[in-house]
Each structure stands twice: as C-alpha cells, then as structure tokens.
Design a protein around this ligand. Structure first.
Ligand code: AMP
Length: 207
C-alpha cells in the first residue's frame, strides 16, 4: 500500500496496541498526535504548555496546533512512503487539512461500545521504560515490572467522559466523511486483542 493509513476509534479502543502490529507488518511509521503532545508536555515546550490543560481535561487540543504538528512531521524523510496515523484526524478541519498534504489509502475504524470504554481506560497502565501498554484486568503486566507502571493523567473517569463526548461530537462524524470516500473499513474492537489484529491484517492484505 503506497498511501497512509488512519487508525480511527474512540479513546481506549486499542488504537495504540493495534498500531504496533500494523507498523511491524507495513513498515510505515506510527504518527500518534497523542504521543507527540505528551512528549511536548514532558519536555515543557511552548506547544506542550499550551496543550496540557486541554489534554488533562480530556478536551481536544485546537486544530491549528495539531495541524502544525502534522505538517511538520510529514516533512521528515521516513514519512515519504506513507504513515500510520493514530488519533489523527479527530475533527473535520483536521481531515480537510490532511487531505491536502497526504494520500490516505485506508481508514480502519475500531468499534467499541461506550459501556466498555470506561473500564478499559481506567485500568490502563504504561511501562515508562518501554512504552508498552497494559491493563490491570485484560492485559496484566509481568509481576517484575508492575511497580514501575504509570497511569496517564487523563485516564480517569471524569476525563474519559469528556473524551468520549469529544469523540461522539467532533470525531465520529469523520466516519461518514471517509465512508463516502470509499476508504473506511470497520473492525470489531470488542474482542480479544489477537482477534482484532487478525481482522486488521485481513484488511491490510485486501487493500
Ligand atoms: P490520545 O493519546 O490519542 O488519546 O490523545 C490524548 C489527548 O491528546 C486527547 O484527549 C486530546 O486532548 C489530545 N489530542 C491527541 N490527538 C489529538 C487530535 N488529533 N486533535 C485534538 N486533540 C488531540
């Protein structure tokens, strides 16, 4: 596949987890606006300072910031053969901006009902040394590293509810946008990680 892939879905759908497997099978670099913003916050850059409040509240960061980040990222040489977008685009203006600077071949929507999201997100933990994501119930970390796991600041119930409403209000309308373009494929994200991965692999082979 020569173009870019968009991984689409509500917060906690498993986009980051599935992204690892897609990167491995396609060789396309992962471009996660969430990861880029968290790195900017950790480094204390001006952009990070501006984004921090929105992120902690679970609100979307303004389009101008996100579009600037992506425009800059796509100038890097590893993006020339297409990338895997994770968590971008999240609004119609972002999708419009993306259309001008990248060729999207496939949009994979990971479908998970709202009822499952809160439990998934509140139990999510990350190993800061490897970036690996675990879940206290669904994907427990090896005992040896459990002491060093961290929880994202916005992985609490209040922020999750705000993130879900941002998803339904601003992001999910993009599904019809990409469906009309004929490039949207949906997978059932409410099953075992390996089963979701299999559905995604099948889509990658077809396209
Ligand atoms: P994520 O890791 O994708 O769940 O993103 C974490 C947070 O970063 C979101 O709740 C937003 O505050 C912000 N964010 C990430 N990507 C975007 C985006 N494409 N547009 C607006 N805000 C974003």
């Amino acid at each position: 596949m020569s173009g870019s892939i968009v991984l689409f879905g509500p917060p906690g759908a498993g986009k980051g987890t599935q992204a690892d497997a897609i990167v491995e099978s396609t060789g396309k670099p992962q471009v996660s606006t969430g990861d880029m913003l968290r790195a900017a916050v950790a480094q204390g850059t001006d952009l990070g300072m501006e984004a921090k409040g929105y992120m902690e509240a679970g609100e979307l960061v303004p389009d101008s910031i996100i579009i600037g980040l992506i425009e800059e990222r796509l100038t890097q040489t590893d993006a020339a053969g297409g990338v895997l977008f994770d968590g971008f685009p999240r609004t119609i203006p972002q999708a419009e901006a993306l259309e001008k600077i990248a060729d999207i071949s496939l949009v994979i929507s990971i479908e998970v009902p709202d009822e499952s999201i809160v439990e998934r997100i509140v139990g999510r933990r990350m190993d800061p040394e490897t970036g690996q994501i675990y879940h206290v119930k669904f994907k427990p970390a090896p005992e040896l590293i459990q002491g060093r796991l961290v929880q994202r600041k916005d992985d609490n119930e209040e922020a999750v509810r705000t993130r879900l409403s941002a998803y339904h209000g601003q992001t999910s309308p993009l599904k019809s946008w990409y469906s009309e373009a004929g490039i949207l494929s949906s997978v059932n994200g409410n099953q075992a990680i390996a089963a979701v991965q299999e559905e995604i692999s099948a889509l990658l082979v077809q396209s």
